[in-house]
Ligand binder design. Sequence first.
Ligand SMILES: [Cu+2]
Length: 148
Amino acid sequence: MIKKALLFTALVLSPMSYAAFDIITQNPYARATPPNAITSAIFMDLINNSEQDRTIISATTSAANKVELHDVVHNGDIMQMRKIEQINIPAHSQVSLQPGSLHIMLFSLLKPLVDGDTITVELTFDNGEKQVFQAPVKKVMDGMKHHH
Ligand SMILES: [Cu+2]
């Protein structure tokens, strides 16, 4: 009886635990901020080695009160960032979050992000799964001029 119950649990749990590792968050980093800045962004490569398309619908971090998924659109000579509803990572492909392109936007930082710090970020997927990763804070050239 106990054996049966354990087997059942294993069958139910294993597809989820596999799926949780489907997305590789490679070289993540958060941009270091000047002392009075209240916004920053997180960049990384998202790698999907699985058979299934995956979709990120939101992100959170303890370092900021508000987090949005952002993209950058080119309006003539002006690059404008805008909020997007999701980031798709098709099966067997890679999506790069980088300055001037897709990024995870942090608003209302609780404190400045200092080079050498590490922040914890949680991604939520459209199927309800969550994935947590650590992003070191790094000083980077501002390749992303934002116009709200
Ligand atoms: Cu942004």
